[in-house]
Design a protein around this ligand. Structure first.
Ligand SMILES: Nc1ncnc2c1ncn2[C@@H]1O[C@H](COP(=O)(O)OP(=O)(O)OP(=O)(O)O)[C@@H](O)[C@H]1O
Length: 381
């Protein structure tokens, strides 16, 4: 339903999205996962026609987002990271306003659409409440309800749980899960556990590149299938690394610590292979006696960190990745902290249009961002 082909987006000299291609099939929940600054919002803004691509194409249901924007946008309900809500309106007024902007006609259809959207998002009893008096969780529901107006097939949510407390996060995740039964949903998140819990398919983005894609189980399986050896040997750094790298099947040798002549390192091994004996022999042959050796399994969190760190800017090599932690550890609770904010701010930032409308004070922008803009240019009733 959505085909993204060789999508690149530059802000001045800064490449925020670098030649990304992927396909989104109908009826699944997709998660764009990546650290802050990875390029998730930019990707979403291009998919929704908010920003133009520097190169590459995006097709929604066969319609090119640049060439047939109205047809393409009519398939999408988009909730930006900063929901464009008018906090002086009641929930009902706001939803009516958005429905009108989206060209939902006649009035009876608008009312029906609002009722359905309110029902899906649990807002029935909040209709006459001013948005500014709602909790952040309920405001987010209003934003999600707005995306549903006009019955788009695809719902795109940029960091929908950011700033929510744990209970609100759980509610919004459950709402997204429910939406996935009737819609294709794409959400972005920097929280590994969230994407794992909610999404059918995960796209991991780091530094503007798509570094991995699969179901959470596939990714976890791929990672779990990868063994990690952690070892300490006596000898020079270069000799130890060369010996480790000479072992067939051992890859990604990373120094984790150096103390005097003791060099600690980790290395990855292919699925199912136990390379400890081969490593021990290679080190002995190189005159680097082995002091300790252990074999570990990578957790999904370790894999995610490795994938996102490995695409880090050139020159960070040898920064000393910590040895992976015990894979049996529950990673969910630590995943959020573990994902670093890694991309630098672009110097070109100021030059570029802001993709997301501010909270309440910019009606025109808010209207535009509030969704599909499907009805852009359509005359009123
Ligand atoms: N309007 C802009 N002008 C210049 N640079 C920008 C602009 N918007 C984003 N960037 C830069 O592009 C990169 C990708 O930003 P983007 O917002 O897409 O990342 P993200 O993964 O959504 O991160 P976050 O979760 O922090 O929003 C970052 O380095 C960011 O500083």
């Amino acid at each position: 339903m959505i085909e993204v082909n060789h999508l690149t987006k530059r802000y001045g000299n800064h490449c925020a999205v670098d030649d990304i291609s992927f396909t989104v099939e109908d009826g699944c929940i997709y998660g764009l996962l990546g650290p802050n600054g990875a390029g998730k919002s930019t990707t979403m803004n291009v998919i929704t026609g908010y920003l133009s691509a520097t190169s590459g194409t995006v097709k929604i249901d066969g319609h090119d987002i640049m060439e047939e924007p109205r047809e393409a946008k009519s398939c999408i309900g988009y909730l930006p990271e900063q929901p464009p809500l008018y906090t002086d309106m009641t929930v009902r007024e706001y939803l009516m306003f958005v429905a009108e902007l989206k060209g939902v006609r006649p009035k009876a259809a608008r009312l029906e659409s609002i009722e359905r959207a309110s029902g899906r998002t649990g807002l029935e009893s909040m209709q006459n409440r001013l948005i500014r008096n709602l909790s952040k969780g309920y405001r987010q529901r209003v934003g999600v309800a707005a995306t549903l107006l006009g019955d788009p097939k695809i719902i795109i949510l940029d960091e929908p749980t950011v700033g929510l407390d744990p209970a609100q996060m759980i509610e919004i995740r459950s709402l997204i899960h429910d939406l996935g039964k009737t819609h294709t949903v794409i959400l972005s998140s920097h929280i590994l556990s969230e994407v794992q819990a909610v999404c059918d398919q995960v796209l991991i983005i780091a530094h503007g590149k798509l570094v991995a894609q699969g179901t959470p189980e596939e990714l976890a399986g791929r990672l779990a299938a990868q063994g990690v050896i952690a070892a300490t040997a006596l000898g020079g750094r270069d000799a130890v690394v060369a010996a480790a790298e000479s072992v067939d099947g051992l890859t990604n040798v990373q120094i984790t610590a150096e103390k005097g002549d003791e060099v600690s390192f980790t290395a990855s091994s292919a699925a199912g292979s136990d390379l400890r004996a081969a490593l021990s022999k290679a080190l002995a042959d190189a005159g680097c006696p082995l002091l300790s050796l252990s074999s570990q399994t990578m957790s999904l969190e370790d894999v995610f960190l490795q994938l996102t760190e490995n695409t880090d800017m050139a020159g960070t090599e040898g920064s000393g990745k910590e040895a992976p932690t015990d894979s049996t550890e529950d990673t969910a609770s630590t995943a959020e902290e573990a994902v670093p904010s890694s991309a630098p701010e672009s110097p070109a930032e100021a030059e570029q249009p802001q993709a997301q409308a501010p909270d309440a004070d910019a009606p025109a922008e808010a209207a535009d961002t509030s969704a599909d803009a499907a009805a852009d240019g359509k005359e009123g009733e």
